[in-house]
Design a protein around this ligand. Structure first.
Ligand code: SF4
Length: 412
């Protein structure tokens, strides 16, 4: 039987699809590219914006046109929120919500889910198949209720499996010869909610796993990054000077309206503390990737400029991930009367993109001449190969097959 996978959305979905594929390949199913048609399709959907919902529906319809006889299985965040709607699309065989992911593989193999898999609400997952890094899912769901976000409804409450079951997954990744792991989750720093452990416990245990030389944290809420953790991370561990932290707004009025759990002073203090602990004279600078939403309801030009100047003058990140506010049904912000016009959102996105270009250039300049370790990837691009430094700078050098998957020191 042939099967094709389609993954929309985040690294978490990517790790989950890779895990389905590993299990189904072990059961004898042959993976094929979806455009060529297949006997079975598995679609892992996303619902972060209105557009992602539309994309999910369109790809399912397209698959049915490509292989009218094929069985289409659908999972992911959109499947959790709009199960009936998806079930009604022609060709769809079965739809699995956020807490039913352990049933996907048995269902596709025509087995009774209760008889084979641990039928639990947390679906353990990690990505494989890449020779350099793997995305390891350590946490799922979220108990926060940010006013613009549907993720808690799509992914359920914050939960995880015990550290003793995560370590063997990291060891399995190392056994594949992969040396870098990216920890991923919905609210990753909230790890331990369902087992009474902490994220700090987890990273300390992971740091001892043989064969894994580097760790990145895919994203972590600022209020969950404690001084104690930062002191430990910067004390010579395998955790890299690369932080992806959601800010969402640089204006306290908007942060309050969003229901975020910090203000700009606390955020600035955290950034400053990490820099003070990580950066040495002549050494690599910390890479901060910061999420920002523009055009949240009630965001006037003046309030937006508070965000702009906070980023330009205080945080000065290496990169800004910019999201125009997307009105999501069922969220508190969606019912606000003071919605911001799309043309205004577009202008603000443009302003932050220009600022991001400036700050990124400055970040690269500030690392020139610095010695850093690069994990080189396998792709040969016109005789050149590429890889990332610890502080997330993309480096290229003449291709050398001996360097694939190895960590090498270079001068930037
Ligand atoms: S922390 Fe807020 S933005 Fe992030 S997933 Fe949870 S509710 Fe959504």
């Amino acid at each position: 039987m042939t099967i094709a996978y389609i993954t929309l959305g985040c690294k978490l979905n990517y790790a989950e699809t890779s895990t389905y594929e590993r299990k189904l390949a072990a059961a004898g199913l042959e993976t094929v590219p979806w455009s060529k048609g297949a006997d079975i399709f598995l679609v892992n959907t996303c619902t972060v914006t209105e557009h992602s919902d539309k994309k999910s529906r369109n790809i399912i319809r397209k698959l049915h046109r490509i292989s009218p006889e094929a069985k289409i299985y659908v999972t992911g965040c959109y499947a959790q929120l709009k199960k009936e709607e998806i079930q009604a699309i022609e060709g769809v065989c079965e739809v699995f919500g956020a807490e039913e992911k352990s049933r996907v593989v048995p269902a596709i193999l025509g087995l009774d889910p209760d008889s084979c898999e641990r039928n639990e609400t947390f679906f353990p997952a990690y990505s494989s198949g890449e020779r350099t890094r793997s995305f390891l899912k350590v946490q799922d769901g979220c108990d926060y209720k940010c006013a613009y976000c549907t993720v808690p409804y799509a992914r359920g409450e914050s939960r995880n499996i015990p550290i003793d079951r995560i370590i063997p997954q990291a060891e399995a990744i190392a056994a594949e010869g992969i040396v870098e792991i990216v920890l991923t989750g919905v609210n990753t720093g909230d790890f331990g909610r369902s087992t009474g452990e902490t994220f700090f416990d987890l990273i300390k245990r992971l740091n001892d796993v043989e064969g894994i030389e580097r760790y990145r944290i895919s994203s972590i809420e600022p209020n969950l990054l404690t001084h104690e953790m930062i002191d430990w991370i910067t004390s010579g561990t395998k955790f890299l000077p690369h932080y992806h932290i959601p800010l969402q707004s640089g204006c306290d009025t908007i942060l309050k309206a969003m229901g975020r759990r910090y203000d700009t002073a606390a955020f600035a203090e955290k950034i400053q503390y990490i820099r003070s602990k990580s950066e040495k004279e002549g050494g690599p600078k910390v890479f901060f990737g910061i999420d920002v939403i523009v055009g949240f309801p009630g965001e006037t030009d003046g309030l937006f400029m508070e965000t702009y100047t906070f980023l330009r003058d205080v945080v000065r990140p290496a990169f800004i991930h910019i999201f125009p506010y997307s009105r999501r049904a069922g969220t508190p912000a969606a019912s606000r009367k003071d919605q911001v016009q799309d043309c205004v959102k577009t202008k603000r996105v443009q302003m932050l993109e220009d600022l991001c270009r400036e700050l990124h250039e400055e970040f690269l300049e500030s690392n020139k001449g610095v010695k850093e370790k690069v994990l080189f990837e396998s792709t040969d691009k016109n005789g050149m190969m590429e890889g990332y430094t610890g502080n997330y700078i993309r480096i290229s050098r003449p291709y050398d097959a001996d360097l694939i998957g190895r960590i090498v020191e270079v001068e930037i």
